[in-house]
Write a protein that binds this ligand. Structure first.
Ligand SMILES: [Zn+2]
Length: 61
């Protein structure tokens, strides 16, 4: 089972769940397409006191 963490899309502001990278791989950022509006974004995963935190930002158009 893959852990997921909620992230808010910078384009449509909908929240959805993204699969977390392995804890040994954070911090890292990945390209991801919004599951709601399908726009591309970059998601930064960070470990904060053992909690996975995801921050999304747009790629800029
Ligand atoms: Zn979206």
């Amino acid at each position: 089972m893959t852990e997921t963490t909620p992230v808010i899309c910078p384009s449509c502001f909908q929240e959805f769940e993204v699969p977390c990278p392995h804890s040994t791989e954070v911090p890292c950022d990945v390209d991801y397409d919004c599951e709601v509006c399908c726009r591309p974004m970059r998601i930064l995963f960070e470990d904060e006191d053992g909690e996975m935190r995801a921050t999304a930002c747009g790629l800029g158009e």
